[in-house]
Every structure is written in C-alpha cells, then in structure tokens.
Design a protein around this ligand. Structure first.
Ligand code: GAL
Length: 379
C-alpha cells in the first residue's frame, strides 16, 4: 500500500513539475491574492495550475459556511486550482467518507472545517501517509499530527467581544454601583468544537465577576460550559431550551439578556421569545456570532442586538495562502504559535480579528466594507 502511494506520489510530482514548466498562456489573473503569482516574460503562471484542492465543509444549514465555501472556491480557482467542495450536513460519518474519497483521489491538499474533529483522526492519518497536507479551516483539528496549519478567528476574542458588548450596553458597572441586576441565560456552542470552549472562556473571563456579585442573575443556574453547550450548534435545541427556560423560570420576571454564541441560536431564541409573548417593550438583549444576512436584518429590525462579524473573505484568503504554501513548499504568514494546542502539538495559526457589529456600525462595517449590499439588507 505504502509503495503504491509512493509510486503515485512520484507520478504526481513528475506531472506537477511538468505542469510548472508549462506556460499557461492565460491572461493576467483575477486573483485576490496577487502576491502568489509569478510573471515571466509577460505571461502568468498560476501556482494552482494542474493541482486539485479538496474542501470539506460542515453544513449548508448555516449561511456562513456556504459563504466560506464559495469564497475559498473562487479564490483558489482564480489561482488555477481545481476545487472539490463538499458539505457533510453535520454528519461526522459523512465527512469521514468525503475525506476518504479525497485521499483516494490523491488531491494535492485538503482543507477541513470539521463537524466533529475527534471523528477524523483515522482519515487524517491516511492523508498524511499518502503525503497529502491538511489545513484546518476555522475549527481546529484535534488529536492529530496530520494538520499543517490552522486559519481561524481569535475564538476567545469572540467571547470577550460578546461579553464586553453586554457590559457596555447594559452598563453593568453602573448597575453594580446602584445594586441593580439583570437576568441572563447562556446558549453556548458545540462541545465537539474547540472554538466553543474558547468562546465560553472569553465570555466568562469578563462576566463571571458580575455573576459572582449578583449584578447578573442566571435564574436557571446553568452557567457552566457543560450545562450550556448545544451539540452541533443546533438552532432547534436553542429554541427548545429557551422555551423551557421562559416557562420554567421567567414566569414572574423578564429575561433581560440572552447570551448566544451563534446567530443560528439567536433565531431560535427570537422564536421562543415571540411565542412567550415578548414585545418591543421587554425584548431582551440578544447576542450572536457570524453576522449572517438574516441576523443583520434582525439587528436592523431590533430582534437581535448584536453579532460578531467574521469576514469570511478574509479567512478564505488566509487559508488560500496556506494552501499555496503547502503545495509549493513555501512558508505562509502565521501570527500565533502558542494558542492552538490540539492535544498532539501546537498548530501554527493565523488568527483574524473578530468585530462586534450592531445597529450603529453595520453600515460602515458590512455595507461600506462590501460584505452585504444595502439592497440585500433591505430585502
Ligand atoms: C463555529 C464557528 C462559528 C459558527 C459556529 C456554527 O465553529 O467558529 O463562527 O459558525 O461554528 O457554525
């Protein structure tokens, strides 16, 4: 088996060397990342020419992953790569099969945003044996030495930004000084996603003191990660939990803050609140993450208070730089070599900076920044 791989690898190398030697004769590329191309004698060599990159994405049920996939595909294709893009619809086993297939096809690089990263260790080892490099996209790949690089946002920073927003919007310092309190409930991310753990840590680093001194009151008492994490980031579970919380604990007092780690949760929370009769007069502060189109529309209409803007174009760009580096044997830009220990080693990472978005800055950040058009948000 190993011999076969070695043979295939050698063949692939010969073919790719041959491809490198060819001039593509293409017109100047539309690349968003011009630094990765070389021009010789007026002609452009696309680094991806003759190479295939496979992308394994978690689900199409959330808009953000569709944007992530589309952005990456477009950017890689602009560099000449052939792209295989597949979604696993939140089924870990389906994702394993998809990656097994990518390995069997001997693609040149695999980009993975895991459904359940713990389920991928065997197939990742197969990729490594076959000499196929892996890049972890947005979610860290745990317990493997087969991953070369990790492109993500500062996930603890997401939590800190959400919590700081709550502190400022509700002026918790003034509330504390006046001996007032606000009720709060937590809806945290999937326990099989390392991002969710870091986000929770970021939130609690800021909010725990207010919970400890009673400025924030969590009436269900569910404040630990174990009690608040929602498997596979399920909108339905978030809605169900919120319905139960409202009927079981908030019959006599309003919920003031729904601390949600994901826009999908926030849609479920919104439905639960509407079902329980909440109106503009007692609508709580609802946080979120991803600045999905629907979330931003909800922010404009007042049904969600804020979200975290993670520019998927930027993340895709950083990931594409990593793909290019592993395929061409160069070094990509890295800005973190300490934080992301996957249980086997600290994975060299590039972390983009998340930004809080609300009704006051969405136009500047999202419309002027070209993420959404005013028409999309109005529609
Ligand atoms: C996380 C990601 C979030 C959100 C969530 C649910 O891994 O960091 O931005 O998208 O998945 O899809």
């Amino acid at each position: 088996m190993k011999k076969l791989f070695a043979l295939l690898l050698a063949l692939a190398m010969v073919l790719s060397l041959a491809a490198c030697g060819e001039k593509t004769g293409s017109t100047p590329s539309e690349s968003t990342n011009p630094g990765t191309e070389t021009t010789t004698g007026g002609e452009t060599d696309k680094p991806g020419e003759g190479k295939t990159v496979a992308i394994a994405m978690p689900t199409q049920s959330s808009e953000r992953w569709i944007k992530d996939g589309d952005n990456m595909k477009a950017q890689l294709e602009a560099l000449g790569y052939e792209v295989l893009l597949q979604y696993a619809e939140d089924d870990p086993q389906q994702q394993v099969s998809q990656i097994e297939n990518f390995v069997a096809q001997m693609v040149d690089c695999i980009v993975i945003a895991a459904v359940d990263s713990g389920a991928l260790t065997t197939v990742e080892a197969q990729a490594k044996t076959a000499g196929i490099p892996i890049i972890a996209y947005d979610r860290l790949l745990m317990d493997t030495d087969a991953v070369s690089y990790y492109a993500s946002f500062d996930n603890k920073g997401v939590g800190t930004a959400i919590a700081n927003y709550i502190v400022d919007a509700k002026d918790l310092e003034a509330a504390r000084a006046a001996g007032e309190s606000y009720t709060i409930e937590f809806f945290m991310g999937s326990p099989d996603d390392n991002n969710a753990v870091l986000l929770y840590q970021g939130i609690m680093e800021v909010l725990q003191p207010y919970l400890d001194d009673g400025t924030l009151v969590c009436k269900t008492g569910r404040t630990s990660f174990e009690e608040t994490c929602i498997l596979r980031w399920s909108q339905e579970t978030a809605q169900q939990w919120c319905e139960n919380y409202l009927s079981g604990f908030y019959a006599d007092e309003d919920l003031d803050i729904a601390c949600s780690a994901f826009d999908g949760f926030s849609y479920g929370i919104r439905s639960a609140l509407e079902g329980a009769g909440y109106t503009e007069a007692n609508w709580p502060l609802i946080t979120g993450q991803d600045a999905e189109l629907m979330a931003v529309k909800n922010i404009i209409s007042g049904k969600q208070t804020m979200s975290i803007y993670k520019d998927t174009r930027l993340l895709a760009e950083k990931c594409v730089t990593m793909v290019n580096a592993v395929v061409t044997g160069s070094e990509p830009e890295i800005n973190d070599t300490e934080t992301y220990d996957n249980g086997v080693f600290v994975v060299p990472s590039y972390l983009c900076t998340p930004q809080a978005v609300d009704v006051n800055n969405y136009e500047e950040l999202l419309v002027d920044g070209g993420y959404y058009t005013a028409e999309e948000l109005a529609g």
